[in-house]
Ligand binder design. Sequence first.
Ligand code: FMN
Length: 442
Amino acid sequence: MTYRNPPTTPRKSATFDDYTLSEIRRAAATGIYDIRGAGAKRKLPHFDDLLVLGASISRYPLEGYRERCDTSVVLGSRHAKKPIELKIPITIAGMSFGSLSGPAKEALGRGATLSGTSTTTGDGGMTEEERGHSKTLVYQYLPSRYGMNPRDLRRADAIEIVVGQGAKPGGGGMLLGQKISDRVAEMRTLPKGIDQRSASRHPDWTGPDDLEIKILELREITDWEKPIYVKVGGARPYYDTALAVKSGADVVVIDGMQGGTAATQEVFIENVGQPTLACIRPAVQALQDLGMHRKVQLIVSGGIRNGADVAKALALGVDAVSIGTAALVALGDNDPRWEADYNELGTTAGAYDDWHEGRDPAGITTQDPVLMKRVDPIAAGRRLANYLKVMTLEAQTIARACGKNSLHNLEPEDLVALTIEAAAMAGVPLAGTNWIPGKNGF
Ligand SMILES: Cc1cc2nc3c(=O)[nH]c(=O)nc-3n(C[C@H](O)[C@H](O)[C@H](O)COP(=O)(O)O)c2cc1C
């Protein structure tokens, strides 16, 4: 008699879950690794794992409708003759023209300008759309040098040297042939329709000593007027921040692993780098150890979504945050109104991440002349401004509840963590205890 197991409920493996199985099948069928846009999708310790305490008897809250809560920030005051003055501590992160359409770039500029904040160029150079519509524009100086020229350096309000991105620290960019239109090809001085892989490292410097020389060179080209930012992917935030400061940066930008990208390998996005939350405390510590906290400003990005995230980041010692993905969503990215089109691409609104393919139904991550018309830059810019306003009001609500008349007066003492992991990463006590795990080291 053959033995049969008694009937049980079928059980799937947590290790070999449905997504993992589909990835194995896809790899087996195609021999091609997956490329996609957006940031890490796995659950990571994040700002949701922190809570703000609010005032009680020992702290005195401010009245929301009567008492001011300052939101302004100055970036680049260390060396630049013309530092950047922003009304809100939320900036628009660098996103390349090529990955984004011209109308999307214009909408970002319009929204940022309405809100009194800055936007940033990206791989592929400066477009007239963004220069024309951005009161304050940060110009990225990238390893690829696509679209780089000294004229645009001088037309910018600040310069951001990109060493890396949170989605792919140590990796370069990818712009697939489908998105290389005549205009993109011309700006990058590369052939149309052929995949472009951006360099993962700067060709003319190999370490901090060279970086110092590069920073000096950029200061001279721009007459010591423009603040110089250095952007790194969240990998070794303590040492990277210290080295950027030693090299002469005015502003350090740290992009955690939840940070979005236009395109890279999925295995990279999900497995390389450190969560945004884990990057902040070491970076602030490095600035404090060098006596440079608040003198060299710190901008953090990677998964910032709402005013609570802003308030918590600032409480941990950050000067400003930067947003990419959330800004695109405010413009109309992944909007359910295009659900039928998303379904045709085999996906659904909220999950669409094949931004490298150039078929974005929302018209944002595409160079398709028909699709990009779906973005009305004026209306989309207004939506971005509304969203930034709400984030700022939310952050102010939290700060006032903590008795702070400036967002920058929020402090680690205003926070507790919900998990041991978040407590250790953020350096704040686990809720209900006075325990900060791993307090004396990283
Ligand atoms: C469509 C897209 C294009 C991007 N292009 C660039 C780029 O050219 N240079 C760069 O430094 N970072 C680039 N990034 C990363 C952003 O500057 C930023 O670090 C990241 O989006 C922040 O995380 P968030 O998307 O969760 O807000 C890009 C991100 C997106 C979503």
